[in-house]
Design a protein around this ligand. Structure first.
Ligand SMILES: C[S@@+](CC[C@H](N)C(=O)[O-])C[C@H]1O[C@@H](n2cnc3c(N)ncnc32)[C@H](O)[C@@H]1O
Length: 164
């Protein structure tokens, strides 16, 4: 009985982390050196807001908060939402983790965006940024480029795009 509950629980967690693959990238955390590069490139001031599309375990949100930034993540997996909320608890006045699909949820105002997404979504993502932003905003995309759009900078696998 206990074994069945344990196995069921583990399966549920695995499913909750794996199912977002149907809607976008799998859970694959950005490594710290690349994350540092991306945040350095975005170069926000304390108090400005970073939006992380698919915020995973919350490491991007945590690193942003450590720089004095506000950070909002949108994440499809409820398990990862919980993990990120626990991870960023210390910074709860600066960090929000929203549960949902980043193509369906309304995006909050932000000064910059971080994304470690998936190639087939890059064009749609860029169109969404164009339609959403009301002031200049930067996107740091780890690993993947936007087809047909020239990055303002590129370093260590991070592509920086500017929307004016
Ligand atoms: C490659 S991981 C990146 C995680 C984190 N941003 C980082 O860099 O460490 C992508 C994340 O996006 C989530 N995801 C996939 N499709 C999504 C969607 N349509 N809406 C919201 N989150 C999604 C996955 O669950 C996963 O946690």
């Amino acid at each position: 009985m206990i074994i069945s509950i344990l196995v069921g629980g583990v399966l549920l967690v695995v499913l909750a982390v794996a199912l977002p693959v149907l809607f976008g990238p799998p859970y694959l955390p950005t490594l710290q050196p690349n994350l540092k590069t991306a945040l350095d490139m975005l170069d926000l001031q304390p108090g400005q807001t970073l939006l992380d599309l698919g915020s995973g375990d919350g490491r991007v949100l945590q690193a942003a908060a450590q720089r004095g930034w506000q950070a909002v993540g949108i994440e499809l997996s409820p398990v990862l939402v919980l993990v990120a909320r626990i991870r960023t608890w210390k910074y709860r006045k600066q960090v929000r983790v929203l549960w949902g699909n980043y193509f369906r949820r309304t995006w909050p105002p932000a000064d910059a965006i971080f994304g470690f997404v998936i190639p087939y979504q890059m064009e749609q993502l860029s169109g969404r940024i164009e339609a959403w932003h009301t002031k200049p905003v930067k996107l740091a995309s780890f690993a993947f480029q936007i087809p047909g759009k020239r990055p303002a900078k590129e370093k260590q696998g991070v592509f920086l795009y500017e929307y004016k």
